[in-house]
Design a protein around this ligand. Sequence first.
Ligand SMILES: NC(=O)c1ccc[n+]([C@@H]2O[C@H](COP(=O)([O-])OP(=O)(O)OC[C@H]3O[C@@H](n4cnc5c(N)ncnc54)[C@H](OP(=O)(O)O)[C@@H]3O)[C@@H](O)[C@H]2O)c1
Length: 296
Amino acid sequence: MTSAVTDVLVIGCGDIGERVARRERSEGRSVAGVVRSEQSVRRLRAAGLRPIVADLDDPSSLKQISVKDSLVYYFAPPPANGVTDPRMEAFVTTMTAPNLPRRVVLISTTGVYGDCRGEWVTEDRPANPQVDRARRRLAAETALRRWSKASGVPIVILRVPGIYGPGYLPEERLRSGEPVLREEESPYSNRIHAADLAHVCFIAGHHDTPGALYNVSDGHPTTMTDFFHRVADLLGIPRPPAVTLEEARKRLGEGMLSYLAESRRIDNRRMREELGVELMYPDLASGLPSCFKRCG
Ligand SMILES: NC(=O)c1ccc[n+]([C@@H]2O[C@H](COP(=O)([O-])OP(=O)(O)OC[C@H]3O[C@@H](n4cnc5c(N)ncnc54)[C@H](OP(=O)(O)O)[C@@H]3O)[C@@H](O)[C@H]2O)c1
């Protein structure tokens, strides 16, 4: 692990960002988090973290950000529409010599692989995004890669599936009685606990010789229906009604249907073997109970 970094900047310092920022601070580094809302400013201050207010949608507000010799974690999502990521495009244009960081760690998504018909998916599989949400993430990866090639600054891209943890559970959805797809028709889905994801981000930030791309997942995919069932059981509420795909097309929203149209099993071997990551929560059985204890 490298110890040379003293300054850390988290662009998009939300839940995962705050977890990483706290860890960095506990190791004695100076940390700032970029957010845009007053609420997030208050949240960061309450956590003893230094907020920088900037809006990636307003490039002029980015001029105040110095990344020189810093470790940069970029966790801000792309905008809600379109097939590109103008936020990332704007941000990389601010990182020109002598304002160059030491390394950039990006959270992307496993959605960039598209539908893989339930196959195991390594980082060698070509990206094949099938929805705009995933196209925007791939565009962010591409913009950052292009910048890295031109600037010579190393980057680590983390492709992340569904995050779960305290505050991420679909409690409202379950209480509303919205149906799930019956187990036999439900595609594979993949998850990572928020605490494990923050740990992997930290390792990617400090490993001496990281690779440029990692899948980050608990390695134990199950169906989305299984996930909803387990959460309902732990909440002590009835499991949601299960419907056929035909029925689901009439009753579920476009967003959920787009998730149900893709099936893949994410292979996390490179993350474990190259980065030496040991997960706290390698499956839902170990991770979900922690979400109800206000810890992890
Ligand atoms: N949830 C999942 O299952 C999942 C799966 C894969 C990847 N991801 C991605 O993983 C990343 C980290 O997740 P998270 O849960 O930590 O997200 P989060 O809590 O929503 O945090 C995102 C942060 O980005 C900031 N941000 C958003 N737009 C911005 C803008 N235009 N300018 C400046 N800051 C902006 C937000 O600031 P404000 O609070 O001030 O708006 C917020 O602090 C996100 O990119 C997320 O989309 C999530």
